[in-house]
Every structure is written in structure tokens, then in C-alpha cells.
Ligand binder design. Sequence first.
Ligand code: FAD
Ligand code: NAP
Length: 519
Amino acid sequence: MKTCFFLSMLTPSLRLSILHTPTRMRVQQTCTLHKRRLLSSAVTPKLKVAVVGSGPAGFYTAYRILERIGESSVTVDMFEKLPVPFGLARFGVAPDHPEVKNCQEKFEEVAQSPSFQFFGNTAVGASTTNTSSLIPAPNQISLSLLRTNYDAIVLSYGADADKHLPSSLPGVHLSGIYSARQFVGWYNGHPEFQHLDPDLLRGDTAVVVGHGNVALDVARILLCDIDVLRKTDITEHAIAALSQSKIKHVKIVGRRGPAQASFTNKEVRELMTLDGVGFIQPAADVMKPFAEGGKSLGRVAKRLLQLLQRGSTVKAGDARKTFEFEFLKSPAGFIGDDNNQVSSAMFDIMELQGDPLQKDTKVKATGETVEIPCAASFLSIGYKINPISGVEEMYDDRANHLTNDTGKVVGSEDNLASLYAAGWTKRGPVGVIAETMYDAFETAELIVKDFESGLIGRGSSVRHGWQGVMSDLGSSSNLRIVSWQDWQKIDRSEREMGTKLGKEREKVTNVAEMLKILE
Ligand code: FAD
Ligand code: NAP
């Protein structure tokens, strides 16, 4: 089974090359046998699963459920608050990483299943924090309505809020300070951020706070050659603003040391090899314990050290733009000019409180501070889960995810549909798409197990799925649902616009415009 599934997740060419081996026949037989076993175990009525959110977690869970239970025994209805699918695979992944978005092809395949339905422009449960006042409200369906009409509900609605710096820090609300989530959403065409209009004209230095991969994405977009970006699916409004940008130096500031940074070597290497971009070496005293780690450094850390020591392909002195990593600096506030625009970021200088080579070593303030002048600042300190109404009590604020036991939401045991969680909603806003996929499979396996053991889908009360929702809503409902066919129409329109501009697609960034395409 594992091999069968694994093969199906690969790109067609890779799949073929792997199948072109003596084991090919065996693998195919295993797949066929597995399918037959599933079909023979089919029972009526069908298990009705609702999936909330159409990002990688939602789609991988749907994929696995359909594959394991079989299309004849289960239906999956996916609800997405935006008219367009794919979550952060569309609105997060950087435009110059098109290969990462290939997962969308798999999701397109899942959506072709006759047992799958997509309900776009349909939010489940009101958001308990208002993050989308700028976009027309989507259709709203309460979680309790879903829970009376489905057997199982998968909450995979991601993490669409910001982790904030303490509001007590001076200057955190000055203009010119953006969260990375806003900035990323803006250049990737998320409807919520189309009006962000970041000011990149006020000076030549930007400070990015945080040492994760999102921080490196933000830095790379600020530094990248605009003609490289032009060919990607970055929005035209971002191209217009970035081509005027005066930002020439990007300082990427983290509160701990190099061994504790959460960015990955691949992304550091990408920055080091950017055309015309030079790297300024970190201060020697900060690097010393890391550089002297010797045999105690693990393989990944050793590689990072080499990358930092070797530096960029283009030397900083010859570069059109530069970047640097600042370590052991924790945000202490911001200073503004007379127009309330940020002009400096303040940091407490920190020291490590233990082994400088351990990933989890903490820091404490030394009592010294440093001021870094800047014309804009981007806070890339992580995302936050938005507990939708109906699951507030199951949300663990400290852990930043729904309380769950390998995917089963804890505290939802009643006569209504069982609640499951997958992806960032389940384990917090960390992990690349591959990790999200494995995590979604874990949840799907749990649903299969609960189905097979009779815990869900075989009780006395038959659930009516979407028909039940519509009948409960009654004739008063006037929902503008975006179906999968509707999305394909928007998709075609974006690709046509893209062709005219010499790129894969030009995203529609406005919900009203998306719906207009469907008129
Ligand atoms: P999401 O992708 O956020 O999907 C959640 C979906 O739920 C969204 O479509 C959202 O609109 C919808 N939703 C929210 N609330 C509701 C509601 N109430 N009702 C209905 N729908 C709702 N990983 C990589 O492997 N490579 C990369 O290059 C990469 N780049 C990244 C760049 C950024 C800026 C970020 C933030 C992450 C990146 N990742 C990358 C990580 C990857 O995006 C995540 O692992 C993955 O998207 C998480 O999937 P998810 O389905 O849990 O959440
Ligand atoms: P992240 O990896 O968790 O990084 C968050 C950063 O913010 C850390 O450096 C953290 O420092 C710092 N931080 C948190 N709170 C802070 C505070 N109060 N003050 C100062 N600094 C603070 O999160 P992310 O960068 O948002 O990325 C999310 C996930 O998406 C990650 O798993 C990432 O790998 C993935 N992603 C992948 C790619 C890619 O593969 N190319 C691209 C983008 C994102 P501490 O460590 O000290 O807490």
C-alpha cells in the first residue's frame, strides 16, 4: 500500500522511471489488489466527510481518505473561504519557487473524483479574530450545521493570523512595519492584502525580523533581480512596486545564534547565489562559538557554517544589493520620524544561556541595546492559528494549534460529527508541504480506522451531507458557491492574462473580480 501511494504522489516522469524496474509488476498488482479489497468492503450509506480549508493539508487528507476507503463508500466535501483553492501553496510559496507548486497538479487530480465536491467562497465558522475586513465576506456556514450533516469533519484551515510582538513594545504600530504574512500575501495576490501598498521608497535599508524560511523569502523578494521575478506568477502590482524599490540592503535579524536559526541551508544557498547580490559576513565574535564547534557540529550545521564562511558568489563590494544576518538581537521597539514612519529598529543584545551549538539553547538579555536605522521593517516571527467559532475551547493558545491526539480533536466527543485536524491547524504553523502531507495522512488513517471500527459513519442516524446543509438553511439561503468548474474558469482566465504578460498566470487579486469572471 505504501509503495502504491508513494508512486502516485510522484511526478509522472519520476513515477515511470521508478516503475521501469523488475518490481514494476509486483507494485501494480499490489495497487490493484488493494483497490479490490477496498471495493469489496464498501458499505452503504456512504461516509460523509467535510474538509474545512483547501490547502495542502485539506487536499492530502481528502486524497488519502478517497484512496483508502474507496470512492464508492465515501464522499468528501471541501469548504474554502476564498473562491480559489490551494491555501499557502498559492498564496505563501514564493513565486520564484514554481516547482514547489507542482503539488497543485495532484490536488487537481483529487478534485476530479466523482466523490469530491468543492465549495469555494464558503467560510466555516466565523473567524474569532477579524483578519479580513478588506474582502467581501464569503458565505458563512456554522460548524454546528456541518456537524449535524456529516460523519467526520477535518479542520485544516491553516494559520491565517500573525504572531505579534508585544503591543507594549514602543513603536510597534508605526507605518512602514509590515508582518511577513501581509507582505507575502501582497506579492502573491491574496485578496486580503491587495491594498497593502508597502512603502519601499523611503530609504535603502530594510530590517527583516526572524530567522525562519519566511524571513528568507521576504529578503529574497526584496533583493531579487526584477527581471527574474517578472517571469514568475508574482502579481503585476508587486512588480510595479518592487521595480521602483529603493531598498538596497537587507538585514535579517534573529534573537538567537546561527546554530538556533530555523531557516534551512537550501534557502541560505539561494540567497548566496542571487544575481548581483552580496553577503556581508556576520560579526566575528558572534560567529566564534559556532565556527569553533568542530566535531560537535552536526552535518547540517557544518554545512551552514561553510555557507556563511564562503559567502556569496558576488562579493559585497561589487554587488548592486547586499544582505547580512544579525544574530543575538531581540526586538526592543521601533523609532519613528515626524510622520510616524519607522526610521530605526531597536534590539536588545542577547547572549546564549547554554551550549551555543544546541538547537534549543535559550538566550537572555545582556542589558545592552543596538539601533539599526531602516526605512521599512518586516516582522517574520511566525503565523498564528485563528480558532474559528465552535472550536475555541479546543484551541491551545500556548501550543498554537487545536488540542488533538494524532489528529482527533480532543474535547469534541458528543453525538455530532467527530472533529479531526490536519496540517498547520493540527500541529501549529511549522513544516514544509511534505511534512504537511505526512501529517494529513496520519489524520486520514485515523478516520479510516474510526470508519472501519464503526465509530463513525455506521451509526443509526444517516447524515445527508451538503443536501442536509441546504435543507437546514432553507429557502432563505442565497449562497454564491464557487464550484470546482468555476475555479477552473478563474484558472483559465488567469492563465490567459498571464500568457499576454509572458508568465504562467496573472492572479486575480480581488474576490469581486473573481466572481465577475463567473457571471
Ligand atoms: P494552508 O495552506 O494555510 O491552507 C489553509 C486553507 O484554509 C486556506 O486556503 C484558507 O483560505 C482556508 N481557510 C481558512 N479559514 C477557513 C474557514 N474558516 N473556512 C474555510 N476555509 C478556510 N513549504 C514548502 O514545502 N516549500 C515552500 O517553498 C514553502 N514556502 C512557504 C512560504 C510561506 C510564506 C509560508 C507561510 C509557508 C511556506 N511553506 C512552504 C509551508 C507550506 O505552505 C505549509 O506546510 C502548508 O501550506 C500548510 O498547509 P495547510 O493546508 O495546513 O494550511
Ligand atoms: P519559523 O521557522 O518558526 O521561524 C520563526 C522565526 O521567528 C524564528 O527565527 C523565531 O526565533 C522568530 N521569532 C518568533 N517569535 C519571536 C519574537 N517574539 N521575537 C523575535 N523573534 C521571534 O516560521 P516561519 O519562518 O514563519 O516559517 C513557517 C514554516 O514554513 C516553517 O516550517 C518553514 O520552514 C516553512 N517555510 C518553508 C519555506 C521553504 O521551504 N522554502 C519557505 C517559507 C516557509 P526563535 O527560534 O528564537 O523562536
